[in-house]
Design a protein around this ligand. Structure first.
Ligand code: PMP
Length: 406
């Protein structure tokens, strides 16, 4: 049994909730996308098979009911991350779309030539490229916060380098490669000390940490449903109400308007203003079910469970001479490593033969790979369905890799 916070020894045993995980398969790629529990699959099936209708438009009862269900999910998301009102929750396709929306609609209208944007060395490409695109259009510049020796965003360096020319800071709350956890409220305080806004990329944080945007005091927060045991194609952008209200629409179309004439169109207030077109109705229902699922287990229990798996993995891999471990000891649910003389893709392929699924590559973080001095890493990431036996299978597989490549 794995130790839990408080010294108890009760492991999570939720693999039975996941029909796509066959016995004996160690799925260690949750940071890419989480498997789906029955509760989420059932909510999606029910949404299409029993309750399906459009939202916000129909005058018939079924559509009115679906609208209530859809808006109840928005309320559920707001409660889940500590938003002041459901109107601060914008449904998007995923974190990528959420960041692009803020880049286009906030940065694209608020920044001017010469302004600066602050990112970090460990960002996912989706928290780099949208800012580069907007910076190029506007004539703004991007600065990059370095990492500490144990691969966390260096907030002392951030404090030293930030200036009033910085208008926007965008940082990963948890790194998808290293599992490094950001002190989000300290980062927000530093950003606000020069009047900058801060966006936190919560993709890897919401499945493993309790997130409260009010306590973080950030300005924007994004995450994807599919990493939270929910469906693909649905994600969340949270923004402070006054920021969203001041932003122009992202896309034009149905549902985002107040009144349309050929002379002039006026727009709906947030969040509708940012949700053009028929939304991913059933995806939203699946997201609601996913939030219920993780909250029923409890994020503290999930975090303790994943921490125990990370500790066990790092301790075992540290015993193997040819293995290099990246990231901090207290990484949240994610372990990146390399084996001297072996390409990570070969590690991944040999582990697959042993029914261990890991990710190998640059993890959409090529600038971070450059900082680590590698082209790619192997990455094991954990979820509520993993057990100590999965770690044993991983470690045995890695020992086999080292024997093959001796
Ligand atoms: N940020 C981080 C930290 C991520 O891990 C990911 C997904 N790997 C993304 C952003 C992008 O998420 P999505 O592809 O779901 O939009």
């Amino acid at each position: 049994p794995l130790p839990q916070a408080g010294g108890e020894t009760k492991p999570l045993d939720h693999v039975v909730d996941f029909p796509a995980i066959p016995a004996g398969w160690a799925y260690l790629d949750t940071a890419a996308t989480a498997q789906k529990p029955h509760a989420v699959i059932d909510a999606i099936t029910r949404g299409y098979a029993c309750d399906y209708a459009t939202v916000h438009r129909g005058v018939y009862q079924r559509s009115a009911d679906m609208t209530l269900t859809y808006e109840a999910a928005r309320k559920r998301v707001a409660g889940f991350i500590g938003a002041t009102t459901p109107d601060e929750i914008v449904f998007v396709r995923g974190a990528t779309e959420g960041i692009n929306l803020v880049a286009q609609c906030w940065a694209g209208t608020q920044l001017k030539a010469g302004d600066r944007i602050l990112l970090s060395q460990l960002e996912h490409h989706s928290n780099i490229v949208p800012w580069q695109m907007i910076a190029e259009r506007i004539g703004a510049h991007i600065d990059v916060i370095p990492l500490t020796a144990d691969h966390c965003i260096d907030l002392d360096a951030m404090q030293a380098m930030i200036t009033p020319a910085h208008k926007l800071v965008a940082l990963a709350h948890v790194s998808n490669v290293l599992g490094s956890v950001l002190d989000g409220s300290r980062a927000a305080a530093i950003a606000h000390s020069v009047g900058a806004k801060i966006l936190l990329d919560g993709c890897q944080a919401v499945p493993r940490l309790s997130v409260d945007v009010a306590a973080l005091d950030c300005d924007f927060y994004v995450f994807s449903g599919h990493k939270l045991y929910g469906p693909t194609g649905i994600g969340v952008l949270w923004g402070k109400a006054e920021l969203l209200e001041a932003m122009p629409p992202y896309q034009g179309g149905g549902a985002m308007i107040d009144r349309v004439t050929f002379e002039k169109t006026t727009y709906a207030p947030p969040p509708g203003r940012f949700e053009a077109g028929t939304p991913h109705i059933v995806g939203v229902l699946g997201l609601h079910a996913a939030i219920d699922y993780v909250e029923e287990i409890g994020l503290a229990a999930i975090h303790a469970h994943e921490t125990a798996l990370v500790t066990k993995t790092r301790a075992a891999l540290a015993q193997i001479n040819s293995v290099t471990l990246y990231g901090p000891e207290d990484s949240a649910g994610i372990v990146s490593f390399s084996i001297e003389g072996v390409h990570p893709h070969d590690i991944g392929t040999i582990l697959d033969e042993a029914k261990v699924a890991i990710r190998a590559g640059h993890h959409c973080a090529q600038p971070l790979m450059q900082v680590l001095g590698v082209d790619a890493t192997a990455r094991a990431s954990f979820g509520v369905y993993n057990s100590a036996a999965d770690v044993d299978a991983l470690v045995a597989g890695i020992q086999r890799v080292t024997r093959i490549f001796k």
